[in-house]
Design a protein around this ligand. Structure first.
Ligand code: ATP
Ligand code: MG
Length: 245
């Protein structure tokens, strides 16, 4: 056992304990228990309006719980603002990607990074080592790239601050199946560096193939959690798969 764990069982990277959260008086998430182990992939599935995006926003500090606890490496970080969680390596890749379309790829990477110049250049080098096709496009205007390439850039931006957990909202949105394959190759490369991923994905079967653990949300509550192979035998899930895969 590594000295990092001090002989104790390995910590979860992220843990929600009975988290209730929403917007002002509107409660969206109710009593959510969820864990993300280091370097693992967690998929969040569920119908429109179930609270999937809100869950990712809560995990990255953009929405604050009204009840419950959020633990990071076993430490209570409930209520911490997004910039503190970003420093801990927690990043959100929002739906719509959140890149600056009129800037170059390189400028997008620079603006994503909170470090000084030398550390930033090193971060760019590390990022394009993992995603070499992006390295060939550093001078291209981001908005002129294909949708899949723009999604790759959005993921690359998340990697610029030593991401330990990247929360990815609907990475496949608006992309053809072939391009979605490329996006998943990109995600796979990021996971291979030891970064954990929480993803919200409309293509259920693809999420099940990629994830280590799956949560299904309905009306703000977790109605199923388990391994992807358990999901396939679950009746509720089968119903859902029938309409959404
Ligand atoms: N800023 C906000 N203020 C008030 N209510 C909000 C806000 N954002 C989302 N909601 C509400 O929270 C609920 C959950 O929204 P959320 O975006 O988390 O769902 P979702 O599962 O991501 O849906 P979709 O699959 O359509 O993306 C919805 O009823 C939505 O109207
Ligand atoms: Mg959403």
């Amino acid at each position: 056992m590594s000295s990092h764990t001090n002989g104790r069982a390995p910590q979860n990277l992220l843990e929600f304990r009975g988290v209730t959260a929403g917007y002002g008086a509107v409660t969206v998430l109710r009593n959510i228990d969820l864990t993300v182990e280091p370097s693992s992939v967690v998929a969040i599935l569920g119908p429109n309006g179930a609270g999937k995006t809100t869950l990712l926003r809560t995990a990255t500090g953009l929405v604050k719980p009204s009840e419950g606890r959020i633990l990071l490496d076993g430490d209570d970080v409930t209520g911490s603002p997004p910039y503190i969680l970003a420093r801990q390596g927690f990043c959100l890749v929002p739906e719509g990607r959140g890149i600056f379309p009129s800037l170059t790829v390189r400028e997008n990477l620079v603006l994503a990074c909170s470090k000084g110049k030398d550390a930033r250049n090193a971060a760019i080098d590390r990022t394009i080592e993992v995603l070499p096709t992006l390295g060939q496009r550093l001078r291209q205007i981001a908005g002129s790239m294909s949708g899949g390439e723009q999604q790759m850039l959005a993921l690359a931006r998340a990697m610029m601050n030593d991401a330990r957990l990247v929360a990815v909202d609907e990475a496949s949105l608006g992309l053809s199946p072939l391009i979605v394959n490329h996006v998943y190759e990109t995600l796979q490369r990021i996971v291979a560096t030891g970064t954990a991923v929480i993803l919200v994905e409309q293509y259920v079967t693809r999420a099940l193939d990629f994830a280590d653990r799956v949560y299904m949300l309905n009306k703000g509550e977790i109605v199923f959690s388990g391994r992807p192979d358990e999901v396939k035998q679950d009746q509720l899930f089968a119903q859902y798969l029938g309409t959404a895969s």
